[in-house]
Design a protein around this ligand. Structure first.
Ligand code: GTP
Ligand code: MG
Length: 681
């Protein structure tokens, strides 16, 4: 297309027709090949389970991401992408705002929850060194390190670029790695997000982002929110757990449940991989004892005992996890997600002398999954590109052909078709709207009736028997706008989620039919299906070369529009689905604030009273507002789809009509032929 663009640009002629046509064609070319959103794979798991090591293994560089054996290691969310421009390693770091940091230092709750205090201490000593936690903001401002820190907060972002990987790693580590020495000078507490771009990995990451999410339960508010947004962006989720604990430990299962719940039908994630790590870590005698097996009972002809035991445990873990998945998953999530189990060893993958062969570490298998995903996205993009190229070429062809007296009539007919098809689409969308509205109304009714009871029931079920320390957790939840994940809990305490339960119970099923996660699960009730059916050219009936070129051009425009609208639907559906929760969170915010301020004797009871009173007061409006906002977002989607189709298609036709005489540019018949061939492949 670059060649064609240059040729069009070089075309002589300054008369109006030629200039307009040139502009049309160049405009069509410039719209091609726009940057597309990448697919995100999120890697979740408790601290120390081997997430960063796993990523390093998949990326083939043992020390790219910090991994460590003592305490939490990765300090911030790290996104890994491909550097597609040159051969440098690049880190783009974004910091929190100065205001956010000063608020954190001055935050009133830091002395309340032990866990928060501990985290606060860790963060402030990382920055200012020992003793800093006892200083006031004013005292800290007098510290030598303050200027550096102030600089970082004022600039807001930083870019590091190096050609040498080890030099790069040492520069980046201050911003991403927990360091137990407490002399200060580490900036990770100020980091909001880090994007690392690595060179020479087109086939792996051209269209994919890998996200390393540090051990869950980080109480920092900003990052908690990021975690939530991240999970909703994921098109695949990897849950990582040490093989020794993967089956029995509640953490990975808590994370799995949480992911499934939080992804809900509002996300775009279909695949969840359950990954057991550190499979090389094997003591055969211990293993035989714990499984009550004898050497003879473990198969593997010609293999040494350690390898046999390792492979035996891998098999066993896979079977047990699949079995547990079968029991624990609800019917809905069974259909919604495809869950696979892997048993990997990142250490053995890099160790030439390991008892495991590379294929037995299963790292190549995971790498293949990424490569194939990348390839399939690439194929889809290529198809779109070819379609767009065909469109531009047929436009070029049409402007060079003799005018046809039937052209105007054909275009008028097409315009009538637009009206007809849009009317049909409107009818379809209205029926989807009605269904959604009906479910929402049921949800509102149920929420008004039951929300107080449900909340009280939930609080009772999570409260420790002797109430010990619960007021701290509860207050932390209030301060954080209704959701908080204590480190030693296997799921967050989330009042907003609890309050939206009845709404979602009623809409989720219908929503899944309207917006299935996977294209292959498209139902007749889905928005995508309705869009697919929209077409103003059902069949080609060319009576002249010009009309043929025009039809091809319009058809390619239509395909291009529909592809971009499909991507829009995926984005907007998240907003629609989460409207209820967003509304509840917003409406409840003043209540959380008031409750969070209750301290002293009987504070727990008073906080709880405030929350229950708030729900009682708000329940009639709040849930209804959730319904209204959901439908509003749905209507915005509908309106955007309809007006885009109408205006863009009409614009394409006007362009064709605006041309009164033919001009000569170049012969593109060979290129059109080529595109046809490519499209068939
Ligand atoms: N034996 C063995 N040890 C491993 C393997 N993978 C990781 N480890 C060790 O486990 C420890 C933790 O690994 P990390 O990759 O830092 O864990 P993480 O999940 O990223 O931890 P956080 O960043 O704190 O969330 C390190 O000491 C690693 O060397 C493995 O395949 N085999
Ligand atoms: Mg890590």
């Amino acid at each position: 297309m670059e060649r064609i663009k240059l040729k069009v640009q070089a075309t002589q002629g300054t008369d109006n027709t030629t200039t307009t046509i040139k502009t049309h064609i160049l405009d069509a070319i410039s719209k091609m090949d726009k940057d597309r959103k990448k697919a995100t794979i999120g890697i979740f798991g408790r601290t120390g389970e081997g997430k960063s090591s796993l990523l390093n293994a998949v990326l083939g560089d043992q020390s790219l991401l910090p991994s460590g054996g003592f305490g939490a290691c990765t300090a911030v969310i790290i996104q890994v992408e491909a550097n597609l421009n040159d051969s440098n390693y690049i880190a783009e770091i974004e910091f929190i705002s100065k205001e956010e940091w000063e608020n954190e230092i001055a935050s009133p709750d830091k002395g309340e929850d032990n866990q928060l205090t501990e985290i606060f201490k860790e963060r402030i000593t990382a920055l200012y060194g020992d003793d800093a936690e006892n200083k006031t903001l004013e005292e800290l401002k007098r510290d030598d390190k303050y200027t550096d820190i102030d600089n970082v907060l004022t600039t807001g972002r930083k870019k590091i670029s190096r050609s040498d990987p080890s030099e790069f790693v040492s520069c980046v580590s201050h911003y991403v790695e927990h360091n137990l020495s407490s002399s200060g000078g580490c900036f990770w507490p100020l980091v909001k997000s880090v994007t690392i771009k690595i060179p020479n990995c087109h086939d792996l990451l051209e269209h994919i982002v890998l996200v390393d999410i540090p051990g869950t339960g980080d109480c920092n508010k900003i990052r908690d929110d990021l975690w939530k947004t991240k999970i909703r962006e994921c098109s695949a989720v990897w849950i990582v757990s040490d093989i020794k604990r993967a089956v029995t430990d509640r953490d990975p299962w808590g994370i799995l449940d949480h992911c499934i719940e939080d992804l809900g039908p509002g996300g775009e994630c279909k695949h969840i991989n359950f990954i057991c790590t550190k499979t090389d870590d094997m003591n055969p005698a211990e293993y035989l004892r714990s499984t009550k097996l004898t050497q003879a009972q473990i198969s593997g002809y010609g293999l040494d005992l350690k390898t046999k035991c390792t492979l035996h445990r891998n098999d066993l873990a896979k079977k047990s996890i699949k079995q547990k998945l079968g029991i624990s998953k609800s019917e809905e999530s069974k259909e919604r997600f495809i869950i696979d189990v892997f048993t990997v060893s990142s250490t053995a993958f890099f160790d030439e002398n390991s008892h495991l062969k590379p294929s037995e570490t299963e790292i190549p298998k995971l790498k293949d999954i990424i490569i194939n995903l990348n390839k399939s996205i690439n194929q889809k993009l290529n198809r779109d590109y070819i379609n767009e190229a065909k469109g531009v070429l047929s436009l070029i062809q049409s402007v060079q052909l003799d005018k046809d007296k039937n052209m105007r009539k054909v275009l008028v007919d097409l315009e009538k078709n637009i009206e007809k098809e849009l009317k049909l689409l409107d009818v379809h969308f209205k029926s989807l709207h009605e269904n959604l509205s009906r479910c929402l109304s049921k949800g509102v009714e149920e929420s008004v009736r039951l929300s107080v009871k449900t909340t009280q029931h939930m609080l009772l079920s999570v409260r420790p028997k002797n109430n010990k320390g619960f007021h701290r957790v509860f207050r932390a939840m209030c301060v954080r706008g209704g959701s908080y994940w204590p480190r030693n809990w296997n799921e967050p305490l989330d009042l907003n989620k609890c309050l939206s339960k009845h709404m979602y119970d009623n809409i989720t099923k219908e929503f899944e039919l309207m917006f299935p996660v996977d294209d292959n699960d498209k139902t007749v009730k889905s928005m995508q299906d309705k869009l697919d059916r929209f077409s103003i050219i059902k069949s080609f009936s060319p009576t002249s070369p010009l009309l043929h070129a025009i039809q091809i051009f319009i058809k390619t425009q239509e395909t291009q529009l529909k592809a971009s609208l499909s991507r829009y639907i995926v984005e907007k559906k998240k907003e629609i689905y989460f409207s209820v929760q967003t509304t509840i969170r917003r409406r409840m915010a003043p209540g959380y604030k008031t409750a969070g301020e209750k301290v002293g004797d009987g504070a727990m009871q008073r906080m709880e009273n405030v929350m229950i009173e708030t729900i009682e007061q708000l329940k009639h409006q709040m849930f209804n507002e959730g319904k209204v906002k959901t439908l509003q977002a749905f209507n915005e989607l509908k309106l955007h789809v309809m007006t885009t189709l109408e205006s863009e298609l009409k614009r394409s036709m006007e362009r064709l009509l605006s041309q009164t005489s033919k001009i000569t540019l170049m012969d593109v018949s060979r290129e059109i032929q080529e595109m046809e061939e490519l499209f068939k492949q």
